[in-house]
Design a protein around this ligand. Structure first.
Ligand code: FMN
Length: 197
């Protein structure tokens, strides 16, 4: 018998991620983010930085294709795959770019090593580099330049809040039917429906 709970879908997503961790997955906090501007859709993995009451916060670099796509078309789809549980969550919605103040808030919460790495690679993200040492040399120079000093937020650091308008939770059944629970945000409320798989 299928049990339908009535929790908030973003809370449900958090609970599924927690279960995945409890089942031994090191870092299930990653989603495939699909964007589309004028031409073909594009997808890639991003790390979930935070799950809020409205959606998902993630970070990237200003010059990336995803950031460019999102400046043209803010609509997104995100897919979370939880291998241990054979579950998927698909979120559809639109992004809001974080403000400079919000970016700075998150920047200050990431470890120093990560700030240095980001500062080293972000300005040339997805560009051809002459050798693997290009970035490590840049990292080393930055490390000594900022010794004993706070690392200022990189101009390339930018976050987005993907606001969910629909979410679909799929649990693959092995010997029984798969369970599909669909949530839609309508007039300020989440409506849920059980779908045939
Ligand atoms: C495990 C993993 C996590 C990643 N997390 C991020 C992330 O949080 N933000 C990001 O911009 N790219 C992240 N990437 C790299 C992207 O998947 C992508 O290759 C890169 O951002 C360029 O994407 P774009 O050119 O389509 O914008 C991650 C890659 C992997 C494999």
């Amino acid at each position: 018998m299928i049990h339908i709970d009535t929790c908030h879908p973003l809370e449900k997503m958090k609970a599924w991620i927690e279960s995945e961790k409890a089942m031994g997955s090191d870092n299930p906090n990653r989603v495939v983010l699909a964007t589309s501007s004028q031409d073909i859709p594009r997808s890639r993995i991003v790390a979930i930085r935070e799950i809020t009451g409205e959606g998902i916060v993630f970070f990237t670099q200003r010059e990336t294709r995803k950031a460019r796509d999102l400046s043209i078309n803010p609509r997104v789809s995100m897919t979370l795959w939880l291998a241990q549980q054979q579950r998927q969550v698909v979120l559809e919605g639109y992004v809001k770019a974080l403000t400079d103040e919000e970016n700075l808030f998150y920047w200050r919460t990431i470890p120093r090593e990560q700030q240095l790495r980001f500062t080293a690679y972000a300005p040339i993200s997805s560009h051809a580099i002459p050798s693997p040492t290009t970035l490590s040399e840049k990292y080393r120079d930055l490390k000594s330049a900022f010794e004993n000093r706070d690392i200022p937020m990189s101009d390339h650091y930018c976050g987005f809040h993907a606001i969910a308008i629909s979410m679909c939770f799929y649990t693959l059944g092995s010997e029984e039917f798969s369970e599909v629970l669909h949530f839609e945000y309508c007039h300020g409320k989440w409506k849920q429906q059980l779908l045939s798989p």
